[in-house]
Design a protein around this ligand. Structure first.
Ligand code: ATP
Ligand code: MG
Length: 422
């Protein structure tokens, strides 16, 4: 196999129609979050390894198995970001934004890197769209953040195939009691747990619930659930979130088995799961992470957010009609040097005024030029020859109904716009 002509395992080129769809989707996502008051944050693709070890958690799958970590030439341990939140939180703390007006709302598009077994919907490089909101511990913030992906999926007509599942995993205080109950439960199944879960048992038994091994997940089905251990404050918070969602017309299901794969979550956690794309059905996951800012050495700041896999969302969209039209509005064919130059000048003016226009740059025959215009789906076509240049007029043809009319070459842009826009 020739390695130079193959992308690395688990990565892919986004090209042609897929790239058009991605750009379209990114625009829709930006347009959705701007009215909420979100501003974009762009953070480096790599960070100090410690940021993820501390942020994401050193008993998680992501940190123990999936990170792209290397030493740079200066001897620092560097990791390609496996997710977007840790970097966004670091940027929030480093910028001092916490001292300004709260809440702070940030969104990002981030290519993420995880050394995973590639399969449908699971790549080693993938794009995440995410938002983070800092400053509010109130359930209103939870409901607002959850409403964002919900409204996105609604806009895309996906609410029939995507379910919102929510849960609460409490705060460090009530979770302590829960972890103890889990420890007791899983200890009684110690002989059957996988090796990774045995280490999790002592460090963080809640992680066992997220284990993908069939034996462990079967055992996990009988485990105690966090909802039974919530303290009064966490319970009340969860009740309010559910009530607000209901009032906003956002349907959800409570799934007590959601613990999420990253350690930083507290209280509300949620997932949007598609029933149409198989095992990798989680299109969006998120929750509250009130302890993360202090965990990273910063101020005490409640926060929450979500991450959404763009690639998975495209899979869910399947043959959705994106209505993307790359065809030129007009093709200006030409015969002879003078006409070719004229065609270029007119195209230049058309494009400058926002009209997509192409002309011959291949020195093709007129017949071949028209074949090309047809292939690329030009809406109108014109052919310039000696006569047209002398008259300063030409015939413009509507490529779908084949009707023709005259157009002036000196006032082409304006006349074309009138014809084109009807
Ligand atoms: P999963 O359970 O599918 O492994 P996760 O819990 O690891 O997902 P998060 O860390 O919450 O996922 O990331 C948020 C979103 O990013 C996921 O819901 C998914 O849409 C997407 N995502 C995560 N890992 C991958 C991957 N390897 N390839 C493509 N998309 C991914
Ligand atoms: Mg994962």
């Amino acid at each position: 196999m020739n390695l130079i002509t193959k992308v690395p395992k688990g990565t892919k080129d986004i090209i042609g129609a897929e790239s058009d769809k991605t750009v379209w989707l990114e625009a829709l996502l930006r347009d959705t979050v701007r009215p909420f008051g979100y501003g974009e944050v762009r953070t480096p693709v790599f960070e100090h390894t410690e940021l993820f070890e501390r942020g994401v958690g050193d008993t998680t799958d992501v940190v123990t198995k999936e990170m792209y970590t290397f030493e740079d030439k200066g001897g620092r341990s560097i990791t390609l970001r496996p997710e977007g939140t840790a970097g966004a939180v670091r940027a929030f703390l480093e910028s001092g934004a916490y001292a300004g007006t709260l809440p702070v709302r940030m969104y990002y598009f981030a290519n993420c890197y995880r050394y995973e077994k590639p399969q449908a919907g699971r790549w080693r490089e993938f794009e995440q769209f995410g938002v983070e909101m800092f400053g509010s511990k109130e359930p209103y913030a939870d409901a607002e953040v959850i409403s964002i992906p919900y409204r996105i999926f609604e806009k895309l007509g996906l609410l029939e195939s995507i379910t919102l599942n929510i849960n609460s995993i409490g705060c460090p205080e009530c979770r302590q009691h829960y972890q103890k109950a889990l420890y007791e439960y899983f200890s009684s199944h110690k002989d059957k747990l996988c090796e990774t879960c045995l280490t999790r048992l002592d460090k963080n038994p809640m992680r066992i619930i997220d284990c993908k091994s069939p034996v462990c997940s079967e055992i996990a089905k009988g485990a105690p659930i966090m909802l039974d251990y919530l303290c009064d404050e966490c319970r009340e918070h969860f009740e309010k979130v559910k009530k607000l969602l209901t009032e906003m017309g956002i349907s959800f299901e409570v799934d007590p088995t959601i613990v999420r794969g990253l350690d930083y979550y507290t209280k509300t956690v949620f997932e949007f799961v598609s029933n149409g794309i198989g095992a990798q059905g989680t299109v969006c996951g998120g929750g509250r992470y009130d302890g993360l800012c202090t965990q990273l050495g910063g101020v005490d700041m409640p926060a929450l957010g979500f991450g959404m896999g763009i690639g998975r969302l495209l899979m869910v969209l399947g043959d959705y009609d994106f209505g993307i039209d790359n065809a030129p509005a007009v093709y200006i064919g030409s015969i002879g040097d003078e006409a070719k130059a004229k065609a270029m000048v007119i195209c230049d003016a058309l494009r400058a005024s926002g009209v997509s226009a192409q002309c011959d740059i291949m020195a093709r025959s007129v017949k071949a030029q028209m074949k090309y215009a047809d292939k690329v789906g030009a809406k109108y076509s014109v052919i310039l020859g000696e006569q047209e240049c002398a008259d300063n007029r030409a015939k413009i043809k509507n490529m779908s109904d084949k009707t023709e009319r005259e157009i002036s070459l000196s006032n082409f842009v304006n006349e074309f716009k009138e014809i084109y826009n009807g």
